[in-house]
Write a protein that binds this ligand. Structure first.
Ligand code: DQA
Length: 154
């Protein structure tokens, strides 16, 4: 059995193509890299007395595995599932199986973009959704996660 010291981290999980931030469609996603965003999340979490475990994968199954891992290891999850947001029943089911809050997060505002981005398979099982604020979406999501962890749902 692993021993846990201090509060559990907030898992910040990133899906496909987010490793290309900085060079990928900068007019939509900006010029910040994912490493820049990670540094800002780490800093904000630290100010809130929390830690983050920040990860990226292009694989849907890996995201499912990390959500399962979060059950026992994280206090909350900030999830930018990228395009899997719009297609993945597996992510929906994995989130539904958790009893910790999952905050769906996007840099852009999918509702203002192509119609295929207007559907989210995960919004209905997420605690809430933050989108449209670029890297600040992640900071707001870390704050929401810390709040949820401190104030359990009624
Ligand atoms: C995104 C929005 C998705 O529609 C898109 O597929 C992404 C990024 C965002 O952060 O704005 O990969 O999740």
């Amino acid at each position: 059995m692993t021993s846990q010291t201090g509060p559990r981290p907030i898992f910040v999980l990133n899906g496909p193509n987010l490793n290309a931030l900085g060079v990928r469609e900068p007019a939509i996603y900006g010029s910040h890299t994912l490493a820049d965003i990670e540094a800002r999340c780490v800093e904000r979490a630290k100010a809130l007395g929390m830690t983050v475990d920040f990860r990226q994968t292009n694989s849907e199954g890996q995201l499912v595995d990390w959500l399962h891992e979060a059950r026992d290891k994280a206090c909350a999850v900030v999830l930018n599932a990228g395009a899997y947001t719009h297609t993945s029943i597996a992510l929906h089911d994995a989130i539904k199986s958790l009893d910790i809050p999952v905050i769906e997060t996007h840099l852009s505002n999918p509702a203002s973009r192509e119609s295929f981005r207007h559907v989210s398979t995960i919004s209905g099982v997420a605690k809430g959704v933050i989108s449209g604020f670029g890297p600040v979406s992640y900071i707001l999501a870390v704050e929401a996660a810390a709040h949820c962890a401190a104030v359990p749902a009624p």
